[in-house]
Design a protein around this ligand. Sequence first.
Ligand code: HEC
Length: 142
Amino acid sequence: MNKAFRWTLFLVVGIVVGFMASLLFINNDKQVATTEPSPQTETVTSTEPAEPAPNLAEHTDNILVQKGCIACHAVSPIGVKGNGTAPDLAIAYDDVKNRFGKSLEEFLAEPEGTMSAVFETSPLTDEEKEKVISIVKEYSEQ
Ligand code: HEC
């Protein structure tokens, strides 16, 4: 009787331990499954916007970030490199005068070259122009 009881106990403990061990393995599998894709998605999202990514979160109030100017333009004061096709907006306040013979205010009202096409498809409101002028002017004074 005592022997049978011990065997039963042994079996029950064995089943319980075996069951718990299998749960552990199932959990491990799940952890592997959930942790594996996440670094991948992180690297995908961090490689796409390239270098500006870490800075942008601190500059969501910047009009040049909000309006997507940084898709093309470098904005060196906030560490944005742009896509290499458009000049650094940090120097635009004076550069526009040199290159187009007009002030930034005039350039935004009557854009030239690529920017006339850009502003045609996505125009800026007067308020947005004011913000662009004030931040670009601020950069020129730094
Ligand atoms: C699709 C790409 C693209 C986007 C988006 C873009 N730009 Fe430009 N921008 C250019 C290019 C290219 C030039 C150079 C134009 C040229 O030389 O004709 C330029 C020139 C300029 C200039 C003159 C700069 C200088 O130094 O002469 C200003 C100012 C300017 N952009 C402002 C803006 C603002 C503000 C925004 C966002 C509202 C913006 N751009 C968005 C491509 C872009």
